[in-house]
Design a protein around this ligand. Structure first.
Ligand code: PMV
Length: 313
């Protein structure tokens, strides 16, 4: 059996960081980029190998790497013995850029193992396996990345106090165009989230207001989306970026790209993901997308993408 599976990247439209502290956040899949696994069956006794083609690395099932642990947890969940196969893994999602590369790789690995064992896991089961793996290796993830990628649809996400997540599919009635600009600066989520957590633990009251304000903006974003109000959503993106800068997670490169998008006529723009580097996104009228992308390149973006949030069924 040869088979190929893919999981998309993701973009956070609003609420990153605040979501770690219980506020709601909005996210959508980013289908232009994906993690892919090609499954090749091997003769009995060969065991399981994961070959990360882009990195030139291979792991066996017993490996200490995060993917080894996730593969073992998935097989335990499936009640299956070690399969005899090689999983050829590759990804077009830049690492540490705010686009969910780790969660996409985890999601496609879980799905590939289920397929190998002739089983199918519900998106919620895939998501919780990836979440446990991210928790073990990345500290305190909110769970938004694994959720939006495993469900592969736009969502309003909130982690409640009891640890359970509330997941609402997002609806819009027309297509929305986003331009994404990559600073080219790699920025591991764990470091940015850890730094904010340290600063917040030293002065909790200073962070309470901006974190709550981001949560309130996200509720308004969901309304603006529902009412198809691009200009209102754009203004909320701008406000969200301002609050993220206040939380200390923006960077000169991100601020320059956000300013360039606005100057080129975007309805609004903000960093997306953990910050300090990685990507920003801008909401634009469709006819302005190419102009905004050009301005982002001129302002230092190493890559840009134009992507759409399509009406929900
Ligand atoms: O940069 P990313 O794709 O890992 O997104 C991080 C989102 C945060 O809210 C900053 C962290 C989290 O776990 O939600």
């Amino acid at each position: 059996m040869e088979m190929e599976l893919r999981a998309p990247g993701k973009l956070i439209l609003g609420g990153e960081h605040a979501v770690v502290y219980g506020q709601p956040a909005l996210a959508m899949p980013f289908a232009a980029l994906a993690a892919t696994i090609r499954i090749e069956r091997l003769p009995p006794g060969a065991g399981l190998t994961v070959a990360a083609e882009d990195l030139g690395k291979r792991w066996r099932l017993e490996a200490a790497e995060p993917l080894g642990a996730l593969a073992r947890a998935t097989l335990a969940r499936l009640g299956a013995a070690e399969p005899d196969a090689i999983l050829r893994l590759s990804s077009t999602i830049p690492i540490a850029s705010g686009m969910g590369s780790g969660a996409a790789v985890g999601t496609v690995l879980v799905r590939a193992l289920a397929a190998l064992c002739g089983q199918e896991l519900a998106p919620s089961e895939v998501s919780s396996l990836v979440y446990e793996s991210e928790r073990a290796f990345h500290g305190t993830p909110s769970g938004i990345d694994n959720t939006v990628i495993a469900f592969a649809r736009p969502i309003l996400f909130q982690r409640r106090d009891d640890g359970a997540a509330s997941i609402e599919p997002l609806t819009c009635s027309t297509s929305w165009t986003f331009v994404v600009g990559d600073t080219g600066v790699a920025s591991p989520t764990r470091e940015v989230v850890g730094d904010l957590a340290r600063r917040r633990s030293q002065a909790p009251s200073a962070y309470e207001a901006p974190i709550a304000a981001i949560g309130a903006l996200v509720e308004q974003m969901a309304q603006a989306l529902h009412h198809d109000d691009g200009p209102a959503f754009g203004a909320l993106l701008d406000a969200n970026h301002g609050l993220l800068a206040e939380l200390g997670v923006s960077s000169p490169e991100l601020d320059a790209l956000v300013a360039a998008a606005r100057a080129a006529g975007a309805w609004g723009a903000k960093l997306s993901g953990a910050g300090w580097g990685g990507v920003m996104l801008a909401l634009v009228a469709p006819q302005l997308a190419a102009t905004v992308a050009q301005s982002l390149h001129a302002a230092g973006a190493v890559r840009t993408w134009i992507t759409k949030l399509e009406p929900s069924l």
